[in-house]
Write a protein that binds this ligand. Structure first.
Ligand SMILES: [Ca+2]
Ligand SMILES: [Ca+2]
Length: 304
């Protein structure tokens, strides 16, 4: 676990007291070993023959019970007991109380976005929850609370998994109205986009843009490609100047598999005779404000 993730977990832990989620130190009781040893000893003095001396030794019982909450009393253990941390165990991966539908695989989501690639710079994420301050505005979360709804899951994790990070109940982003569904009937796909963003497209809708209120945008372009060739072959012929070895495999939450450029600004998914190119444009800047939003949109993509 990275220091950054540890920091996140620690911040979540500190946000707990006013919530329904319990981070409880399991009461520990160490009941000392009760020993009751009865040791009769017979000593016969053969010469005297006067009798038998019976000595019974009973060793008392010592009982130690657990002390105050969070404290552990260990009395003379036979072997050293490894230090038991007084801090709660990580609970980020557990199902939060009250959630009937666990969020899928939250731990696979990096708590913080990747390191900037090349000259790219990550936008400010004040509470280190995976959402930049600009993304927090879009998702109506608190820039100072990494787990805005106090359900045990970081805001960034919830967005990645298409859940509303500002709602205690397991409410999806779409049903909460934070995102809208864009359906492209011509090209045969649908995808979430922020309700606060606008859209534009070419007349044939082969190119659609989702526009922020600054320079950045997320764009989907659909191109024809022979069904018989693989996505990788298509990529090589389409981008001969790019290094194929830097491509990364990609799979979204809906199970669509594709490829992603090393800087994660372009994702390619091929279905039948079409390639879907999902591009994250920085609009001429080098600052990345919507990385997690891009991940969310990719995860919501369904191809009809
Ligand atoms: Ca944040
Ligand atoms: Ca949460």
């Amino acid at each position: 676990m990275s220091n950054e993730q540890s920091k996140n977990k620690e911040q979540i832990k500190q946000a707990q007291p006013d919530t329904g989620v319990k981070f409880t130190v399991m009461p520990q009781e160490f009941r000392a070993i009760s020993s009751k040893v009865k040791i009769p000893k017979w000593f016969i003095f053969a010469g005297a023959g006067v009798g038998v001396l019976i000595i019974a030794v009973v060793i008392g019982v010592v009982v130690f019970s657990g002390g105050k909450e969070g404290k552990i009393i260990v009395e003379a253990p036979e072997e050293p007991v490894e230090a038991i941390p007084e801090t709660p165990q990580e609970v980020v991966t557990t199902t939060p109380g009250g959630l009937s539908t666990p969020i899928e695989e939250p731990v696979k989501v990096p708590a913080t976005p990747e390191e900037p690639v090349g000259a790219l710079v990550q936008g400010t994420d004040s509470d280190a929850d995976g959402l930049t301050d600009k993304e927090e505005a879009l998702f109506q979360t608190d820039t100072t609370r990494p787990d805005t709804d106090s359900d045990g899951f970081l805001d960034g994790n919830e967005v990645f998994n298409l859940y509303n990070p500002a709602a205690v109940a397991p409410v999806g982003l779409l049903e909460s109205g934070i995102v809208r569904l864009y359906r492209n009937a011509t090209e045969g796909y649908n995808i979430f986009y922020p309700s606060l963003w606008s859209t534009s497209s070419t007349s044939d809708t082969s190119m659609v843009s989702f526009l922020s209120d600054d320079t950045e945008s997320i764009n989907i372009k659909v191109v024809e490609a022979p069904e018989a060739i693989t996505l990788r072959s298509w990529y090589i012929s389409e981008y001969p100047e790019k290094d194929i070895n830097k491509l990364q495999s990609y799979t979204n939450k809906q199970g669509y598999r594709g490829l992603q450029d090393a800087d994660r600004l372009n994702t390619y998914i091929k279905e039948a005779g079409k390639v879907f190119i999902i591009n994250y444009s920085l609009g001429g800047t080098n600052k990345i404000w919507y990385r997690r939003l891009y991940d969310m949109m990719l995860n919501s993509l369904k191809i009809e």
